[in-house]
Design a protein around this ligand. Structure first.
Ligand SMILES: C[S@@+](CC[C@H](N)C(=O)[O-])C[C@H]1O[C@@H](n2cnc3c(N)ncnc32)[C@H](O)[C@@H]1O
Length: 221
């Protein structure tokens, strides 16, 4: 399934869906998402945002970083049903985006984290240029760079008790559903911050991988 297909299925759970996308790039996902109101945030859009907003009057595109957006989110929709986090793919930035997004999430809303399951060691390096250097040195055919966003899966499992997750393809879905104390796998912050790539394989259970319809069933929808 494409990102847009997943996001459209999630938006379809709400009568008048409000949608926020952090990191829009060429708009391949944003322009395909069907929602009553859509906000897209990116400091470097790679398409004509004026033309896009003219074609989709229910969409607003803001040329700024996520930190600037969350510093004082304008009063578009003040809260969102579906939030897609696909900005700078480092654990630190994505964690800050996630904590900010939680503040703007409606009670039954869903947050989607992109690129949570890197396919290779070099795809999971936090720096894109270092990732490319290693990939070229290894003559690897895997050209993806996903950064160390995967570390958030471990952070959420240990520290965000109020949220339940499921991973569909490369996307992690989070929604508000408190988990029992036994579900909180003990880890130090340092351990999470240094979690090596191989643990995405050895501790695969942390991702709660399932088909989209199963995830929606688990949401109680
Ligand atoms: C992987 S692309 C987004 C792809 C898009 N969501 C899609 O599905 O087609 C990542 C985007 O994040 C943007 N980005 C980088 N740093 C950012 C930041 N601090 N805040 C928001 N967006 C950022 C980049 O400019 C880039 O366009």
């Amino acid at each position: 399934m494409t990102r847009a297909e997943i996001l459209n299925r999630l938006c379809g759970l709400f009568p008048q869906p409000s949608y926020l996308e952090i990191g829009v790039y060429r708009g391949e996902t944003f322009l395909e998402v069907q929602a009553a109101r859509k906000i897209g945030v990116d400091p470097n859009f790679a398409f004509d945002i004026k033309a896009a907003m003219a074609a989709q009057p229910h969409a607003t595109l803001l040329a700024m970083t996520s930190d600037a957006f969350f510093a004082a989110p304008p009063p578009h929709p003040a809260t969102y049903d579906v939030i897609f986090l696909d900005g700078l793919h480092t654990a630190e930035q994505t964690l800050r985006d996630l904590l900010n997004a939680i503040e703007l999430l409606k009670p039954y809303g869903v947050i989607v984290l992109d690129d949570i399951l890197p396919p290779s060691y070099h795809a999971a390096l936090p720096g894109a240029s270092r990732s490319i250097r290693l990939r070229e040195a290894l003559h690897s055919t895997d050209t993806s760079w996903m950064g160390d966003v995967y570390r958030l899966a471990f952070f959420i499992e240990t520290f965000l008790q109020a949220f339940t997750t499921a991973t569909v393809g490369g996307q992690m879905l989070l929604w508000r559903a408190r988990r029992p104390a036994e579900a909180l796998v003990p880890r130090s912050l340092e351990e999470v911050g240094r979690m090596p790539f191989e643990e995405t394989v050895f501790q695969r259970g942390v991702f709660n991988i399932c088909p989209l319809e199963e995830a929606i069933r688990r949401m109680g929808r």
